[in-house]
Design a protein around this ligand. Structure first.
Ligand code: FMN
Ligand code: FE2
Ligand code: FE2
Length: 397
């Protein structure tokens, strides 16, 4: 049965949510599910903006057919050709064989690769700032290469003041009836997921996000309609300023996070002592995570939030503890930069974790390593405690 939401008299939400999926992109835990958004605009010509994941195909087709009523579908705008949005494109093409497909030039090759179809006759390639008029509505296409994938664009409905923003401005989590961000806990309990989504899905492409934000500067917007998560309503400037800072890799504040990788508890002990020393010296809201107990995507989110990151790791087989190595590889992949960092290493006979962590951190841009690097032998001794106290003082300088 259809389950649509009217955004305006002629713009209808036809997306759907999946609560059964455990891992988005088979990588990111999504305990609250995932939404795949899609929108129909009923004008002189009818237009569908993106489709949904295969898991939501049945709900989506019910929604689409209901939204169109007795009308056919004239246009599809493909902002993003990743399968979480396009695996149901074939269903739409089968049902509406005369539809015109609008997308950047790279889209038609991706349709061939993912759907096995040659859509040359139906395909209308668009360039940056091209427009499509469908009657009352004029859609302006704004290319956004690598704001997740190379073919991405966003679409501005100029009259309705709605930005269909593809993956940008999205978040993890299914929708539960309330379509708009200001009807949910999006800015409060939900915000950590917004940050986790940005940092893990889009975080690597800060420069590309910057280019997109520059193109959008001055656009009048009432709503931002992303492909995942609620439609953003209210506080849009605040939202955009978070994107602006994140994409420049500027931390949200000077909070401190400690990532601890410990086999038997010695490194963890030192991490906790450091946290206490920081608190004693006046630091607020210090966070300490055991890297083995948290999926890395949550830690990447925390790294994007905090101005100071402490990496504490035991040595394992003449290398870093493997979970820490993985986390640091991910942080590099996301281009994390502009941070104060500190290092605590541990090893029982030949510690090398500190050297490895330093080498990895030196690959990042605008990183300041706060001294001293604390080197433990199995468990912290009095001297280590003294050094941890000094490190806490130096972090807060
Ligand atoms: C599988 C394994 C490999 C290890 N390899 C090294 C090593 O190469 N060099 C070293 O100094 N210590 C090595 N150790 C010892 C640990 O680094 C040390 O016991 C640990 O750092 C103590 O801190 P923890 O209690 O935080 O785990 C290894 C320990 C294990 C379990
Ligand atoms: Fe994507
Ligand atoms: Fe997506």
């Amino acid at each position: 049965m259809h389950n649509t939401v009217k955004i305006t008299d002629d713009i209808i939400y036809v997306g759907a949510s999946d609560r059964r999926i455990a891992l988005f992109e088979n990588a990111y835990p999504i305990p609250q599910g995932m939404s795949y958004n899609s929108y129909v605009v009923l004008d002189d010509k009818t237009t569908l903006l993106d489709t949904v994941d295969w898991s939501c195909g049945r709900q989506f087709m019910d929604n689409l057919v209901y939204a169109l009523g007795s009308r056919t579908l004239d246009n599809i705008v493909i902002n993003h050709m990743e399968p979480d949005h396009c695996s149901t494109l074939g269903l739409v093409l089968d049902r509406f064989p005369n539809v015109k497909i609008y997308g950047t030039a790279k889209v038609s090759a991706l349709i061939k690769q993912f759907c096995g179809r040659d859509v040359q006759d139906a395909f209308v390639p668009v360039k940056d700032q091209d427009t499509l008029n469908t009657g009352v509505h004029t859609f302006k296409f704004i290319t956004a290469p690598m704001v997740h994938w190379p073919e991405v664009m966003v679409t501005l409905d100029v009259a309705a003041k709605i930005l269909f923003s593809a993956d940008a401005f999205g978040t993890f989590g299914a929708l539960s009836g309330n379509l708009y961000s200001d009807e949910t806990d999006h800015w409060t309990a939900g915000f950590a997921e917004v940050r986790r989504y940005y940092s893990n899905i889009v975080g690597k492409y800060g420069n590309n996000v910057q280019m997109l934000l520059k193109k959008l500067a001055g656009a009048e917007l009432d709503l931002i309609a992303p492909l995942h998560g609620p439609v953003l309503r209210g506080d849009l400037d605040k939202y955009i300023s978070y994107y602006d800072n994140w994409s420049k890799y500027i931390p949200e504040d000077d909070s401190i996070v400690i990532f601890s990788a410990s086999i038997y508890g010695g490194t963890e002990n030192a991490s906790e002592i450091l946290a206490s020393k920081l608190a004693e010296a006046g630091a607020k809201n210090v966070k300490l995570y055991d890297v083995s107990g948290q999926h890395y995507s949550y830690l990447v989110g925390e790294a994007f939030r905090c101005g100071t990151i402490v990496f504490a790791s035991s040595t394992q087989d003449m290398n870093l503890f493997s979970e820490m190595e993985f986390l640091m590889t991910e942080l590099k992949a996301k281009n994390l930069s502009c941070r104060k960092v500190a290092i605590i290493e541990n090893g029982s006979w030949a510690p090398v974790a500190g050297k490895s962590m330093r080498a990895k951190l030196e690959e990042l841009k605008d990183i300041t390593i706060v001294e001293p690097v604390v080197s433990l032998r199995s468990t912290p001794d009095e001297d280590a405690v003294y050094q941890l106290e000094e490190l806490a003082r130096n972090i807060l300088l």
